[in-house]
Write a protein that binds this ligand. Sequence first.
Ligand code: ADP
Ligand code: TRP
Length: 325
Amino acid sequence: MADSKKVLLSGMKPTGRPHIGNYFGAMKQFVDLQGQFEPYYIMVADYHALNFVQNAGEMRELSHEMVLDFLAICLDPERVILFKQSDVPEHTELCWIFDTITTMPYLMRAHAYKDAEAKDKEISVGTFNYPMLMAADILLYDAECVPVGQDQKQHVEYARDTAQKFNRIFGEAFTLPEALIMPDVAVVPGIDGRKMSKSYGNHIPLFASDDEIKRQVMSIVTDSKGKGEKLDSETDNVFALHKLFSQDQLGGLASKYRAGEIGYKESKELLAENIIKFISPMRAKREEFSKDSSIVERVLKAGGEKARAKASETISKVRKLIGVR
Ligand code: ADP
Ligand code: TRP
């Protein structure tokens, strides 16, 4: 029965074309979990993206493109409340309320903040406060399950802590959320072996053209072993991606690696072929959706209305509890 299911919410920042790390680490779960949770919220986190994208045209386009990406991977707007964060002003309102019960040292412990600081970056207040906006995203909807990649786990813990703190100070308002992380694909490696990320330029775009896929796969970094030498499937970056794209060939491939019966070039060619097979149907679907320019607006309008109805209910309760209503 619908009302016995748990609530799910997740989101992604529209900061650029998604890559296969985003897909396996987050987006695929959004698709696979459809039907198991209700309501099921997926959000285009444009206010989070504003920390990185500070150009109106670019912001509009990236948000629009992200909805097409979601439709292409088979998120079904009939089953999923797909909405844009900025369409629901309650997010920033609740973020402010959380700011008042949160300390600076606590936010200074966030990995994202520490990384930026270690790199001597100028950190905006928005970046510093990122976890509180994310806590608001999650807690407004009473989300119990939050599917995210490993790197976002700490943010969900921040949301949970913040819910507890608010409940303790003002009275029960929030449900405690939990992160859902798929252990097998927790971190997808990029072509240089580091975590795949847009910011490292080591990624394979999810909707890449065949040529782009081949080019990226052929430039995966390997050691210098030549054909005939034994290869180590545990440490090889090519094999790490085979685990995602060549599942039915893995056993055979691993024994060829051990016996020195396959070289990196051949392994890469097989990988490129399998990635192309995997990506092309989604790419075609995306192309179809992009022909109807009104579809994105329709989906976001319907999703935004549903999200807002729930968010305004929560914020009324919160306002009462803190004494501003
Ligand atoms: P990027 O590092 O490319 O900018 P984002 O930070 O926008 O990616 O991440 C969007 C979502 O994709 C998050 O849920 C994140 O955990 C997930 N994700 C990003 N990169 C990877 C990766 N290499 N492996 C697994 N999941 C990832
Ligand atoms: N911070 C997440 C990321 O960088 C995106 C995000 C924003 C999110 N709000 C969220 C994810 C709420 C889950 C729930 O990927």
